[in-house]
Design a protein around this ligand. Sequence first.
Ligand SMILES: Cc1ncc(COP(=O)(O)O)c(C=O)c1O
Length: 412
Amino acid sequence: MNKSQIERPAPSRFRRHWFLAPGTVFLNHGSFGACPKPVLELQSELRRQMEAEPVQFLWRRYEERLDPVRAEAATFLGAQARDLVFVTNATTGVNAVVRSLELRRGDELLTTNQDYNACHNVLVEAAHRTGAKLVTVRVPFPLASPDELVEAVLRAVTPRTRLAMLDHVTSNTALVVPVARLIRELEARGVDTLVDGAHAPGMVSLNLSKLSPAYYTGNLHKWVCAPKGAAFLWVRRDKQAPVQPAIISHGNNTPRPGHSAFQDRFDWAGTFDPSAWLCVGEAIRWMAKLYPGGWPAIQEANHELAVRARRQLCQCLNVEPPCPEDMLGAMATLPLPERFQGRPRKGKIDVEQLRLYDGFGIEVPFIRVNERRYFRISAQLYNSLAEYDYLAEALLSLQPRRVYPGKGSIRR
Ligand SMILES: Cc1ncc(COP(=O)(O)O)c(C=O)c1O
């Protein structure tokens, strides 16, 4: 079977609200999100206003625009605004926290082998600079229960553990991690937690004040569908004083009435375009209005779609699901069929992933975890169940290329 014999899937009725290229089957909301048209229209309007009066927009009346949006984001995240700052992405949030720690030789930083590479590198650099030790826990995958993950992390805690960095939703393996339980257990052992919630806001419900880790950073440009460059850092009040932004600017000696010192330090990082931050309120409101039942219903619908899509794909491809359904949010990672396994990667992107895009218009990431090959699907309102059937058929029709040692790969 080739691409012309596989029927193109009907898109979801919501797809018209996004600029996604016609002809693509976009199953990778997870990597960078995708922003709906009305939110991008607001961003264009804000940029027009900024260029009409740059000083008014960026300086004199900056807080008048920023503070109400921050208040909306805080309500959405179950936080108090004074504990919340915008940053441009979760990587920046992780950098701010880790680079503000006063680490000593022999201190331990705890993470897992399922963390996000960029954030892992932040810990590597901090350990290298200070003489701290980086402890990377190997989390099993496939796994049968969240207990396996919790136990693996807690087993690695020692009296020298200073900080544990935990993903709320893991990137490669798409697991929703029981962070509430882990934060509690780690706190009881005297360990602070930095939650890397890059995927969590908008995918799972969040109440930061209740969760109360030492630090939480998350993206708003992924599942909240704000424009790219919208993310936040929340720091528990008792931990705020030493936290410096990744970029030091005016805020360190320029207090503003009505703002916490934490906000002063983070609200301005040098001249930049704050329009993505200023669209966060619109993204939260617009998405909630789009779908009956608002955010709880969006999260439930996306979860349900991911679960049903995974069931169908497992059945069609004859593969086993690598984790229980209740560990899924709006993404799922599935093993590639056996005939794709054991092939070394050549270059940045797996060749079969490129062939899915070039031949079928399917955007879906291929992944390697614990020496096995997987792919990850995302489920957003603009996706339909038929799109995952199309992916299954495309994968079934795809013959992996044979790799002959020393001769590169040839098409079968
Ligand atoms: C767990 C995790 N952390 C951090 C990031 C980085 O996000 P950003 O590039 O927006 O900083 C990602 C991106 O997918 C991620 O999955």
